[in-house]
Design a protein around this ligand. Structure first.
Ligand code: SF4
Ligand code: SF4
Length: 125
């Protein structure tokens, strides 16, 4: 059992209640397929310009998260029925993931639900 923290983007907070993120977490598929079993430690919503991203990761760790996943829509976009890498909501998400994983001392993973075809979740640690 691994405890998961999630961070989503405010640009989608009124359109998506994390439905597929939570489903994939519960079923350990897509961005969570590396785990046998997951338990959700908590969810934060990032707000532009993302100055508190690292702090959110630190708090999630303090609340028990062993790894933090960033929602797929932050770095991917939907075209008709499938998702493609790039043109997500956040242009700085890699910078945030790099510094947050280093400063908080836990892995930060890009990916939750509906991963783009061929994409293997990128792990920053
Ligand atoms: S990754 Fe998908 S399910 Fe998760 S918040 Fe974004 S749009 Fe919603
Ligand atoms: S900084 Fe990036 S992840 Fe955070 S709310 Fe803005 S666009 Fe979304």
């Amino acid at each position: 059992m691994i405890k998961i923290g999630m961070i989503r983007c405010e640009k989608n907070e009124k359109k998506c209640p994390l439905t597929n993120c939570i489903k994939c977490h519960d079923e350990t598929v897509q961005g969570f397929s590396e785990y046998d079993e997951c338990s959700l430690a908590g969810v934060f919503t990032c707000r532009c310009p993302g100055d508190n991203f690292t702090e959110m990761v630190k708090v999630l760790k303090a609340k028990g998260a062993e790894v933090v996943h960033i929602v797929t829509c932050a770095f991917s976009n939907k075209k008709e029925d499938s998702w493609s890498l790039g043109n997500g909501f956040c242009k700085q998400i890699d910078e945030f993931a790099i510094s947050a994983s280093a400063e908080a001392g836990i892995p930060v993973v890009k990916g939750t639900a509906h991963l783009p075809e061929g994409y293997i979740p990128e792990v920053f640690k």
